[in-house]
Ligand binder design. Structure first.
Ligand code: AMP
Length: 395
C-alpha cells in the first residue's frame, strides 16, 4: 500500500489533527533557539492544516531527557519560534497527555495550534509503548508524520500511535525527503557520486558497503579517509584510524575495483601537532604525514581533485565534513567541497546535521538541490533500510 499525504485527506475542517514534527533544535544557554531549519521545514504542513481549518496538535521530542520531566528540555522555546515564523499564536501544553491536555485539545477551535510538551519526558516514548501512544493520541482524528529526522526510530509518537489514530498520513517535508532520496538512489541520473566524510568509518560502514554497489564514484574525506590510507600502506601519524576496520576498508576498496567504481581519497592533508584550533599546522602529501602529527583536513590538492571528480556528476549525495570544519584552521577542505557541490550541474543532496551546518557556514545552502533534515534517518536510507516511521505510514 502506498503512503497517503496530508493533502489527500478529504476534509480536515474541525478535525483534530496530530502532527509529529521534529523540533529537536539547537538552543543556547538561555534556551533561545539558535537554528530553526527543522521548524521551517515543518511549516508547509502545519500551515496547510491550519488553512484547512483543522485543530492542530503538534508533538515533538527535544534532546535526551531520558524519560523524565526536565524543564531544560521544554518545547516552549520551539513553539514560541514557530509562532514567530508562522505568524499565528501557538499554545503550549504543560504536558503531552492527561486531563489538562485533553481539556486544551477539546477547547481548540479550527485553525488553532497546540504544541504538546516533550514526548521524551516519558519512557513510553522510546519504548514504543502502545499505552503511552493511546495517551498521546487523545481522541485525535488524523495522524500526520512530518518528522523525517526521527522516522528511523520506532518510538511511540512515530510508530505505535499509527495503530491508534484512524486516519494516518505523511506531511510535505516527509514527501520532499522521500522524493529526493528516491531520485538519487532508486533511479539516479548518472554518474552518481557519493561523498562521505566525518569522523569514523565505523559510523558509516554499512552505508559504504551499500554505496559501493550502487554509485559510480566514491569520494572519501574527513577522519574516515585515514583508515583507508592506512589500509593502502601509508603511515598516517596520529590521524584518526580504526585499526580493526582496516580489513573492511580493504574489502571496500577491492569491491570498488571489481565494480569499476572510481574511488577518490585525499592526496594531501593539513596536519596539526594537536587537536586544537590553535595547533601548529601545515600541508603535506598523504605519503609524508610525520609521526606524532594528525591530519585534520584535506589539503588544497585533494580539494582540486575532488572538485574535478564532480565535474561530470549528474547526481551527488554528500554526508560528512572533509575535516574538522568547526575550527577555522581546518575548514577549508569542507568549504571547497561545498563550493564544488554547489557548482555541479546535478541533483545535489546533502544529508546529516554536520554537513548541513558546513554547507550553511560555506554560504552555499541556496545552491544545492536539497538539504535533508535527517542525519541518522538519511544514513539509514542510504544503507537501504526501511524506516519504521515510514513503514508505519504504509499501513
Ligand atoms: P560524523 O558525525 O561522523 O559525520 O563526524 C562529524 C565530525 O567529524 C565533525 O565534528 C568533524 O570535526 C569531524 N572530523 C572530520 N574530519 C576529521 C578528522 N580528520 N579528524 C578528526 N575529526 C574529524
Amino acid at each position: 500500500m502506498g503512503i497517503c499525504y496530508i493533502d489527500q485527506i478529504k476534509d480536515l475542517k474541525e478535525k483534530k489533527v496530530f502532527i509529529r514534527v521534529d523540533f529537536n533544535v539547537p538552543q543556547n544557554e538561555t534556551g533561545a533557539v539558535t537554528e530553526d531549519t527543522r521548524i521551517l521545514g515543518a511549516i508547509p504542513t502545519i500551515k496547510y492544516a491550519v488553512e484547512q481549518g483543522a485543530k492542530v496538535i503538534l508533538a515533538s521530542h527535544l534532546g535526551r531527557p531520558k524519560g523524565e520531566k526536565k524543564t531544560k528540555y521544554t518545547m516552549a522555546p520551539a513553539s514560541q519560534r514557530l509562532a514567530e515564523l508562522i505568524g499565528i499564536p501557538v499554545k503550549q501544553a504543560p504536558d503531552c497527555f492527561g486531563a489538562e491536555v485533553t481539556g486544551m485539545i477539546d477547547s481548540l477551535k479550527g485553525g488553532e495550534i497546540l504544541m504538546l510538551e516533550n514526548v521524551r519526558f516519558y519512557p513510553g516514548e522510546e519504548k514504543n509503548d502502545p499505552e503511552f501512544a493511546r495517551g498521546l493520541a487523545n481522541g485525535c482524528d488524523v495522524y500526520v508524520n512530518d518528522a523525517f529526522a526521527v522516522s528511523h526510530r520506532a518510538h511511540a509518537s512515530v510508530e505505535a500511535i499509527t495503530k491508534v489514530i484512524p486516519v494516518i498520513a505523511a506531511g510535505f517535508l516527509m514527501r520532499d525527503e522521500m522524493t529526493y532520496f528516491d531520485k538519487a538512489m532508486s533511479n539516479p541520473v548518472r554518474p552518481l557520486v557519493a561523498i562521505l566524510g566525518g569522523a569514523k568509518v565505523s559510523g558509516k560502514l554499512e552505508v559504504l558497503e551499500k554505496l559501493v554497489n550502487k554509485v559510480d564514484k566514491i569520494v572519501i574525506g574527513g577522519g574516515m579517509a585515514f583508515t583507508f590510507l592506512k589500509a593502502m600502506g601509508y603511515s598516517v601519524g596520529n590521524s584518526m584510524v580504526e585499526d580493526e576496520l582496516i580489513p573492511t576498508a580493504e574489502k571496500i576498496l577491492s569491491t570498488a575495483k571489481e565494480r569499476g567504481v572510481k574511488f577518490y581519497l585525499p592526496i594531501d592533508c593539513v596536519v596539526a601537532d594537536s587537536f586544537k584550533a590553535t595547533a601548529t599546522n601545515f600541508i603535506t602529501p598523504v605519503q609524508e604525514i610525520p609521526d606524532g602529527w594528525m591530519a585534520l583536513d584535506i589539503g588544497p590538492a585533494s580539494a582540486t581533485l575532488f572538485t574535478e571528480s564532480l565535474r561530470d556528476a549528474k547526481t551527488v549525495i554528500w554526508n560528512g565534513p572533509m575535516g574538522v570544519f568547526e575550527m577555522d584552521a581546518f575548514c577549508r577542505g569542507t568549504f571547497a567541497v561545498a563550493e564544488a557541490v554547489a557548482g555541479c550541474f546535478a541533483t545535489t543532496i546533502i544529508g546529516g546535521g554536520d554537513t548541513d551546518s558546513a554547507v550553511r557556514k560555506a554560504g552555499v545552502e541556496n545552491r544545492v538541490s536539497y538539504i535533508s533534515t535527517g542525519g541518522g534517518a538519511f544514513l539509514e536510507l542510504l544503507e537501504g533500510k526501511i524506516l519504521p516511521g515510514v513503514k508505519a505510514l504504509e499501513g
